[in-house]
Write a new protein. Structure first.
Length: 200
């Protein structure tokens, strides 16, 4: 895809949605890429990466959990599904990484990694605060649940109206009294009739 095509796609999205939602989508994809890439790299080079992590004092269970967190939370942020939870998880992960592995500030490289981890953690916490926006699975699920709730409320309202217009009429029929239930929402509407007799 050429840069012009990418620009056209973004312009189309900005027209359909608010620029805030397009910006949140772009930010989510950019922030999640590093975690997805790192998770896939560790998983595909599992043995060597596990040995390298063990040399730094990270055991195998924690190493596997790290891969799972980066892939799972990375997909969460990218797709916008449980975005706040994924953002908090990755934010805490970056803080832990910075404080545990990049505190040798005498090294310019270590200091740079420390600052990068803090910056990414800050971005993830901001994302957790504002949410994923409308271009996300979170928003789609919320709309679906709201629609279902509105449908249920509408059904309840219709049933309440029908019950409000229900009347009971007792008619004499051959020495008995019969109960006739008239249910309708407007004059001339069809009525349901039930007969239950008792002796007089």
């Amino acid at each position: 895809m050429t840069p012009n095509e990418v620009a056209a796609k973004l312009t189309g999205l900005a027209t359909k949605y608010h620029i805030r939602d397009v910006t949140l989508l772009a930010g989510r994809l950019l922030m999640s890429f590093i975690f997805l890439h790192e998770g896939v790299t560790l998983a595909t080079h599992f043995d060597g990466a596990a040995r390298a992590m063990a040399a730094q004092g990270v055991g195998l269970p924690l190493f596997v959990a790290t891969i799972a967190l980066q892939l799972g939370a990375g997909l969460s942020v990218a797709s916008g599904l449980l975005t706040r939870l994924g953002g908090i998880g990755l934010g805490l992960f970056c803080l832990a990484t910075a404080l545990l592995f990049h505190t040798n500030f005498a090294s310019q490289n270590e200091l740079l990694h420390f600052e990068k981890d803090l910056a990414i953690a800050g971005g993830m916490f901001v994302l957790a605060a504002v949410g994923a926006g409308r271009i996300s699975l979170d928003w789609l699920l919320a709309r679906t649940l709201q629609k279902r709730h509105r449908d249920q409320e509408m059904v309840k309202a219709l049933l309440a109206v029908e019950n409000e217009f229900s009347v009971d009429v007792r008619l004499p029929v051959r020495g008995t009294f019969a109960k006739r239930s008239l249910a309708g929402t407007s004059p001339g509407a069809p009525h349901s009739i039930s007969w239950g007799s008792r002796s007089v």
